[in-house]
Write a protein that binds this ligand. Structure first.
Ligand code: NAD
Ligand code: ZN
Length: 357
């Protein structure tokens, strides 16, 4: 048995208004003449948060387009532009949801690694540490703030740059920043966390480390989406910690069926991570009976619409593509169904599941 020895985030600050400490936090990491680059979710363009970004001298604020989830081509373009304009930078700071945080991690790595980010999609392929990088979530749930990956769609695959160089050097967890998120988006991203917990806690890779974080994250999700009569500040506080703990839980276990199936959807149809997981979770009674029952209750209680019929009219070829992508996620299936997973989840069975979505 070989135990995972995983790299964690360097520094963590948590609290309402902790964003105001950003200037002080990054100051020691400023290098002469090299700017700090703020990659900010385009949602915040023209919003008051922009005036609170501690921009100094030749620092640069770039509003990143997250209409689509991050692509390797976009990462390469951003890194190239920064190299041309500045040569080198002091650091990259991502302010936004999981997509923006993943862009920040990837751009930081590509400032110091040759070639294209597509060359590093996989496990432990990144050669050199990136530049100083900071993650500041404005949506809670993905756990991207703590993970050792950055999920990118490349020319041939959708896969992260998984490496010990990938985690942030610093994260700023300020629940105030999630306050404006629309209820639907908040739910989809929040359910990403809930689903991480179910998949981790019901998985065969579970150990006491991931269990202790997973149980806490699950409890926080239940408080937010089951117990609370109305959304309030405490919900933002709790969900931000749920996301962190959920991310820590899967760091030492793995996700499962919902993610494995949802990756196929996002590869073929461009379905976003949070909503894709919800679309799949809606049909997973067979694998996670209690979790799916509670999920459906939360959907109803929070008055959320989960799309149905998204695979209607797809060709055999398209189903095959999704099945290939999904079947490729071996560790996820093994975590969910055990060593003999291929006997349980056959291509026919997976096709039938996709047809239901
Ligand atoms: P997102 O970052 O894709 O953003 C979704 C939408 O919400 C965007 O339109 C964005 O502009 C908007 N938004 C962000 N913050 C907002 C706010 N405070 N108010 C209003 N709108 C806001 O959403 P997400 O669910 O946080 O992230 C999903 C992404 O994270 C996917 O790209 C997925 O692949 C990635 N992901 C990464 C990991 C990891 O470990 N690296 C884990 C899970 C998911
Ligand atoms: Zn997820």
């Amino acid at each position: 048995m070989k135990f995972r020895n995983f790299k964690m985030v360097g520094f963590v600050v948590y609290g309402r208004g902790s964003f105001n400490q950003l200037d002080e936090i990054i100051a020691p990491h400023r290098q002469d003449g090299k700017p700090m680059v703020f990659l900010v979710d385009h949602f915040f363009d023209g919003k008051p948060l922009v005036n609170r970004i501690p921009v100094r001298e030749n620092d640069k604020v770039i509003f990143v387009d997250v209409t689509y989830e991050p692509k390797t081509t976009y990462v390469d373009k951003l890194a190239q532009k920064l190299k041309e304009e500045f040569g080198a930078v002091s650091g990259v700071i991502g302010i936004g949801g999981g997509s923006t945080m993943d862009l920040a991690k990837a751009v930081s790595l590509m400032m110091n690694n040759p070639g294209s980010s597509a060359d590093y999609q996989g496990w432990d392929l990144v050669k050199f540490p990136g530049v100083y990088k900071v993650g500041i979530p404005t949506l809670s749930g993905t756990g991207a703030e703590v993970s050792r990956t950055t999920v990118l769609t490349g020319p041939t695959k959708k896969l992260g740059m998984n490496s010990d160089f990938t985690p942030f050097d610093q994260i700023v967890l300020d629940p105030e920043l999630t306050a404006n998120a629309p209820a639907n988006q908040r739910f989809y991203t929040g359910m990403d966390c809930y689903i991480h917990c179910i998949e981790s806690l019901e998985g065969t890779y579970l150990n006491e480390f991931s269990k202790s974080y997973g149980e806490k994250a699950l409890q926080l999700c239940q408080k937010v989406f089951v117990d609370k009569a109305q959304w309030d500040e405490e919900c933002d506080d709790m969900l931000m910690m749920a996301s962190y703990a959920g991310g820590m839980s899967i760091a030492y276990s793995q996700v499962g069926v919902a993610h494995a199936v949802s990756y196929g959807l996002s590869y073929l149809l461009g379905t976003r991570h949070g909503i894709g997981n919800c679309i799949v979770m809606n049909h997973l009674e067979e694998y996670y009976p209690a979790g799916v029952k509670e999920f459906k209750y939360m959907v109803e209680k929070n008055k959320i619409e989960i799309p149905v019929g998204i695979c209607k009219g797809l060709s055999d070829d398209e189903f095959e593509k999704m099945i290939n992508v999904s079947m490729g996620m071996k560790p996820l299936w093994e975590n969910a169904l055990g060593k003999d997973w291929e006997k349980i989840m056959t291509r026919e069975k997976l096709r039938a599941l996709y047809e239901k979505l």
